[in-house]
Design a protein around this ligand. Structure first.
Ligand SMILES: Nc1ncnc2c1ncn2[C@@H]1O[C@H](COP(=O)(O)OP(=O)(O)OP(=O)(O)O)[C@@H](O)[C@H]1O
Length: 334
């Protein structure tokens, strides 16, 4: 659906060239939710702007459904860009227009017939749960409701792809979850391909199928969310995963002697007493330092950080046995 091949983007800062994107190579499949995560300045927005044709790569190509936007003449580009919807961190709604007019705006630009606009706006408002707010102005809406309007507007011209630029960064955690669930619903109901950029692992974990980690303008890691999340390879990825897990304060809780493990349970394992059964067999005891149960998209998973107490050899057998039962076990550094 989206093929990004050897994309470079160089900006001139004064007289000096600055490489914001370096040899980016990515494929996004039809119908998937693809996340791009990176720190501030990593190049996320530049990459997103290359995908929707707002920015032209200095080298390389971006093709959306086979069409290379940077090769399109302005008129054609305008038409092709209608196939790409976009939502923004700060919503970018027209403050002097009602919810109805905000959602209708892209269709009016595309000169859609009045009756079709009316029907489509009502359908979209219902999809995002705002059918009773069509006469409201943006100032009368909460942040979450504004983003719902942004989503409805982005879907107005029936795009193939929805790009989300830090779409939940301005929202509180509860509203973030409701917007993420709405994106997931839309992805599943409409089969819409979604590409989102974020600096929050939580967002990736909640709804993405695959993720690319961008650092200094390069993709440093890319794969299924479950693999990247459970077995991060690059230091930047590890940092995001640690932040997402809230690992920061753990070191202060451990004792000097024990072996600290992060044990991840997935799917049905999440509900089974595997740890208890294992330590009973190996004669270890343990204390729980942290525990959580959550979902990666729709897959339940649990994480426990435990400190094992007992002989080193028994600790090793415990780790082997847990791994033998299919659990993901990381022996955490001292
Ligand atoms: N038009 C421009 N001219 C010069 N430099 C630019 C331009 N646009 C972006 N940059 C630089 O390119 C780098 C990547 O910027 P970009 O906005 O893509 O990062 P980002 O990962 O989206 O960051 P943030 O999360 O803070 O928005 C930054 O160092 C930025 O200063």
């Amino acid at each position: 659906m989206i093929e990004i091949r050897h994309v470079h983007k160089t900006f001139l800062v004064g007289a000096a060239p600055f490489e914001a994107l370096r040899d980016i190579d990515l494929s996004v499949k039809r119908g998937e939710i693809f996340g791009i995560i990176g720190h501030s300045g990593a190049g996320k927005s530049t990459l997103l702007r290359c995908i929707n044709g707002l920015e032209k790569p200095s080298a390389g190509t971006v093709a959306v459904q086979g069409i290379v936007l940077s090769d399109c003449a302005p008129k054609r580009l305008q038409v092709e860009r209608r196939k790409i919807g976009m939502i923004f961190q700060h919503f970018h709604l027209l403050s002097s227009a009602t919810v109805f007019e905000n959602i209708a705006f892209p269709m009016r630009l595309a000169k859609a017939p009045k009756a079709a606009v009316e029907a489509r706006v009502r359908d979209l408002a219902s999809l995002v749960g705002l059918e009773s707010h069509l006469a409201y102005y943006p100032a009368q809406l909460s942040g979450g409701q504004k983003q719902r309007v942004g989503i409805a507007r982005a879907l107005a011209n029936d795009p193939l792809v929805l790009l989300c630029d830090e779409a939940t960064s301005a929202l509180d955690p509860q509203t973030t979850d409701s917007i993420l669930q709405l994106l997931l619903e839309i992805n599943e109901k409409l089969g819409l391909t979604i590409v989102l950029i974020t600096h929050e692992m939580h967002v990736i974990r909640a709804i993405c199928d695959r993720v690319a980690v961008i650092d200094g303008g390069r993709i440093v890691e890319c794969g299924d969310v479950v693999d990247v999340f459970l077995r991060p390879q690059h230091p930047t990825t590890r940092q995001f995963v640690r932040q997402g897990n809230g690992d920061g304060e753990l070191a202060s809780f451990r004792s000097a002697a024990g072996t600290m493990l992060r044990i991840t349970f997935q799917g049905e394992q999440t509900y089974e007493p595997l740890l208890f059964d294992t330590v009973r067999a190996t004669g270890m005891s343990f204390s729980i330092l942290q525990g959580s149960i959550s979902r990666m998209k729709r897959i339940p998973y649990g994480q426990l950080i435990v400190e094992l107490h007992g002989a080193e050899e028994a600790a090793r057998r415990t780790v082997d046995s847990l791994r033998g039962r299919g659990l993901d076990v990381e022996v955490m550094p001292c």
